[in-house]
Design a protein around this ligand. Structure first.
Ligand SMILES: Nc1ncnc2c1ncn2[C@@H]1O[C@H](COP(=O)(O)OP(=O)(O)O)[C@@H](O)[C@H]1O
Ligand SMILES: [Mg+2]
Length: 378
């Protein structure tokens, strides 16, 4: 059984490292060259398994013939690392991911998919792929393929109102299933895999660290985070019911069923690398933020995301009701996620751009006064 009190969790919950700007940049932006800051260089990272084809072969061999004996093709997936859908000589298809050193995420993903597999055995329809193979030395992970699906970002961008509404319903239902499953989080909590509060690293920066930022946009970003730091502080201190959360529900990690038979359709969450013990509001808030960020990116405005978010929340609540306070906490997490999203724009593009600025303004406004955004953003 899962305890409902946060204070039973290990010390990891209260441990908050402080990062300097330099450390932050090294950690998050190594390999990039940003204006005015040319010293960013990470350690060379040799890959444990370079070729995804080789990794797929390893998985198929490890499966002992149950999924065929050789790999016929590997279709790469859009991924930070190397991943692909592998097809074997017996016609089996599996998703394979192969990562380099520093592979904490893959190991975590294997552990969590194992816990979800146990939940599945007890009759819960867990919206996640099944773990088929895991090699902890060569960091190769294989799962079942989620077929006939499109990722949530693709669905929301197609501007097909019905498809977007259906997707929002399916995602709400699937997420509530994960949170209500009461998966035994003991093994994760014991290893300290407890959700670090988003934006902790930036909210803790001192004024002198702030002034040594990397450029105009970075200063703007940090100033904005500082302006909401009191709200961030409050959110961080609040108690919550610790359950298994996905922790990285960005839209590409949410696959929505597109089969011909609607009865078979559902949403499935992939990429459980960051799953841990946390607050349901973090997952719910991330989905809300993804819809808003998509709307801003496509229209430069919030047009349809408010509606998608209401549909999503209704569907979630239909299976796993939240009290008003938890809904508002989810909305506040949504604000933090929008701000986080702008950080990754800075990482990848070196500048916020118009959409990044809009997202930053929206995120801070929501975080400051979540109730006011009701009827617009959710
Ligand atoms: N089981 C699966 N079946 C089908 N496609 C998948 C599956 N798992 C992941 N994908 C696709 O591959 C992409 C990359 O996988 P993911 O686990 O998210 O890796 P990364 O950690 O690199 O983001 C996903 O965004 C999704 O489009
Ligand atoms: Mg992913």
């Amino acid at each position: 059984m899962v305890s409902t009190r946060r204070d039973v969790l290990p010390d990891a919950m209260s441990h908050r490292p402080r990062y300097s700007v330099e450390h932050l940049l090294r950690r998050r932006m190594h390999g990039m060259v940003l204006p005015g800051f040319d010293r960013i260089a990470g350690p060379p990272a040799p890959r444990v398994t370079t070729y995804i084809h080789e990794a797929a072969g390893l998985a198929v061999a490890g499966l002992g013939g149950s999924h065929g004996s050789s790999v016929i093709s590997c279709t790469p997936c859009v991924s930070r690392g190397a991943s692909a859908i592998a097809e074997t000589d017996s016609g089996a298809r599996l998703f394979v991911k192969a990562l380099g050193p520093g592979g904490f995420g893959y190991e975590n993903e294997a552990v969590v998919l194992g816990l979800l597999g146990d939940a599945r055995k007890s009759g819960i329809r867990v919206p996640a792929p099944e773990l088929l193979f895991w090699d902890p030395v060569r960091h190769v992970l294989a799962t079942t393929e989620v077929g006939h699906s499109a990722s949530l970002d693709v669905v929301l961008r197609t501007a097909d109102a019905r498809a977007a509404a259906t997707a929002s319903t399916l995602v709400g239902r699937a997420l509530a299933t994960v949170h209500a499953a009461r998966v035994d989080v003991g093994p994760l909590a014991a290893e300290g895999r407890v959700h670090p509060f988003p934006l902790d690293d930036l909210a803790d920066l001192t004024p002198s660290e702030l002034s040594s930022g990397v450029g105009v946009d970075f200063d703007e970003f940090v100033a904005c985070v500082q302006s909401v730091s009191a709200e961030l502080g409050r959110l961080r201190e609040e108690r919550f019911d610790p359950v298994l959360v996905h922790g990285d529900l960005r839209a590409p990690n949410v696959l929505v069923g597109q089969s011909r038979d609607p009865a078979e359709d559902g949403a499935v969450f992939v990429d459980w690398e960051l799953a841990c013990v946390g607050d349901v509001a973090a997952d719910v808030g991330t989905v809300l933020a993804e819809a808003l960020a998509t709307d801003l990116a496509v229209h430069g405005d919030i047009r349809t995301a408010g509606l998608w978010n209401r549909i999503f929340l209704d569907s979630y609540q239909g299976r796993s009701p939240m009290d008003e306070e938890s809904v508002l906490r989810s909305v506040r997490y949504c604000g933090t996620q929008l701000i986080r999203g702008t950080l990754s724009r800075l990482e990848h593009q070196g500048t916020l751009g118009r959409v990044g600025r809009l997202q930053l303004i929206l995120g801070s406004a929501i975080l400051r006064d979540p109730a006011r955004s009701k009827g617009v953003a959710w």
